[in-house]
Ligand binder design. Structure first.
Ligand SMILES: Cc1cc2nc3c(=O)[nH]c(=O)nc-3n(C[C@H](O)[C@H](O)[C@H](O)COP(=O)(O)OP(=O)(O)OC[C@H]3O[C@@H](n4cnc5c(N)ncnc54)[C@H](O)[C@@H]3O)c2cc1C
Length: 481
């Protein structure tokens, strides 16, 4: 049964943040019932907080009244992790958007969770610094959301994903207590709980401040656009480049269908006849970049690259990246909906997995496009479809499961960056044993014994999770696709 939020509870939330920041009308709640995935839930109430004190007071009130909570940043999650199920209270921290302090020497910064990823980099650019993790959604997604999902991005290949760039957090626990974990000091004593909070998908508390590591801009950057006549040849080039000891700053791949959709949208001059396009970025000192470029060019030619184009200037480089980062949006040119997977496979198995995905697409009579962080083996097979066609939806789900099973068979993982949320949670037993899931459930329970934080996310229905009180039952009818 759905959550009941009484008029007196609504009044109490209004007393904390003011009437204009409590959204209770059906249309307002509908906006907060969705995220960047294709799913929809039910939002009981949305509360827009602007300070840690407000968040803590709202969380305490929800605890007193036994209400479930979903923390929310920008709502761009691709795993349905920001979707409230069964009428939860959504607590948005999108308005907490200040960069609080920057220390150029460490270099690090304290920021509020609603700061947009790209705005953080813009705020420190005059210091020759940037925030390294760069999800393709970086113009829209928040640092708090990046912490929630342990976000990745094209430039995480050499620099690591969000977890490597979070030094500390302030978090409001499910009972309203405010805790500071970690900070800029090296090697904080005690258990390092940052690794648990980062990627917690809003199930452990609401992050209200973040201490981020900043990265110095490299002296030289070179960006190459390389086209191949076979997808598997591009996959082999990726494998061989890393095997030769060159770790590019970024190494992204798009297949032909995706390249054509993106080119029609962005007009970047992409090679639309290529079977696959590799976007490789190298950075460092001039000597290092020159040496790495020579290795990348040689391996790509040996693997069958037909053409290598080097970005002539910053404008052309920006255009290449605009093309890559607009790939998901460009898919609307193919069909109205997409179902996106996020598995990671060992680079050495990329070639066979790409071939298997082609076969799955053909057998299920579906268009599956590939755009992905090739360097880390983080695949994004994107199944294009029209949800009004029930038969097609059945094939989409079947193909999705087959893709995940192929990736698991070669030693892959379920998610590289988007998280588990509601979309991938019932696949968790493919990767984890009951004992693993049990340990994860008990760790979660230590933070949230009542199971009110983002319920029914991450941990699967029906898994052996001890006798915990929070629900692991099936997702509510109608929320999934
Ligand atoms: C076009 C497009 C491209 C994308 N590209 C990438 C990509 O390259 N790499 C990548 O990793 N992701 C990508 N994403 C997915 C998404 O942008 C990321 O997962 C991002 O980190 C979500 O941030 P958000 O602010 O939108 O968070 P939300 O969607 O609002 O929330 C995501 C999760 O974090 C939790 N959360 C949010 N804020 C807080 C907080 N303050 N405290 C605790 N928990 C919180 C939520 O409860 C939820 O579980 C893409 C999405 C789109 C639409």
């Amino acid at each position: 049964m759905g959550t009941v939020i009484t008029p007196s509870a609504v009044d109490q939330f209004r007393a904390i943040v003011g009437s204009d920041r409590v959204l209770s009308e059906p249309l307002e709640r509908l906006v907060y019932a969705k995220d960047g995935s294709m799913n929809q839930g039910e939002c009981g109430l949305a509360v827009l907080c602007e300070t840690t004190a407000e968040v803590a007071a709202c969380v305490r009130l929800a605890a007193e009244r036994g209400l479930p909570i979903v923390p929310r940043g920008s709502g761009t999650s691709l795993a349905g992790s920001a979707i409230p199920l069964d009428g939860s209270v959504v607590i948005s921290v999108a308005r907490m958007g200040r960069v609080l302090s920057v220390d150029p020497d460490t270099p690090s910064a304290w920021v509020e969770p609603g700061v947009l990823n790209l705005d953080l980099t813009a705020a420190v650019a005059h210091l020759g610094l940037h925030y390294a993790p760069d999800p393709s959604s970086q113009a829209a997604c928040s640092i708090g959301g990046n912490v929630g999902t342990n976000a990745g991005g094209p430039h995480c290949l050499a620099s690591g994903v969000t977890a490597q760039h979070i030094l500390g957090v302030e978090i409001v626990l499910p009972d309203g207590e405010v805790l500071e974990i970690g900070g800029p000091a090296p090697d904080p004593p005690g258990y390092d709980l940052r690794g648990f909070i980062v990627g917690g998908e809003g199930t452990l508390g609401i992050v209200t401040k973040v201490c981020v590591r900043l990265t110095r801009n490299p002296p030289v950057v070179r960006t190459l656009l390389i086209d191949f006549t076979a997808l598997t040849a591009a996959g082999a080039a990726v494998r061989d480049i890393i095997a030769k000891g060159v770790i590019p700053a970024a190494m992204e791949m798009m297949d032909r269908t995706m390249t054509r959709a993106v080119e029609a949208f962005v007009h970047a001059g992409l090679p639309v006849d290529a079977a696959a396009v590799l976007l490789v970025e190298l950075d460092g000192t001039a000597a290092q970049v020159a040496a790495d470029t020579a290795v990348v060019e040689r391996i790509c030619r040996e693997s069958g690259a037909s053409h290598i184009r080097v970005a002539a200037d910053e404008a052309e480089r920006a255009l290449f990246w605009k093309a890559r980062k607009n790939a998901f949006g460009a898919c609307a040119r193919i069909a109205p909906n997409y179902y996106l997977h996020d598995c990671v496979v060992p680079r050495t198995r990329l070639v066979e997995v790409l071939a298997a995905i082609e076969e799955i697409a053909a057998r299920n009579d579906l268009v599956i496009m590939n755009v992905f962080h090739a360097g880390d083996g983080n695949l994004h097979p994107l199944i294009s479809f029209d949800r009004r066609d029930d038969a097609q939806v059945t094939r989409v789900l079947q193909a999705g499961r087959e893709i995940i099973e192929v990736c698991m068979r070669v030693g892959g993982t379920l998610s590289g960056e988007h998280g588990i949320g509601m979309e991938k949670r019932d696949f968790m037993p493919l990767q984890f044993s009951p004992a693993d899931l049990d340990a994860q459930a008990r760790s979660r329970e230590a933070f949230d014994p009542e199971g009110r934080m983002n319920p029914r996310k991450v941990l699967p229905a029906g898994s052996k999770c001890g006798d915990l009180s929070f629900p692991h039952d099936a997702l509510p009818e109608g929320t999934w696709i």
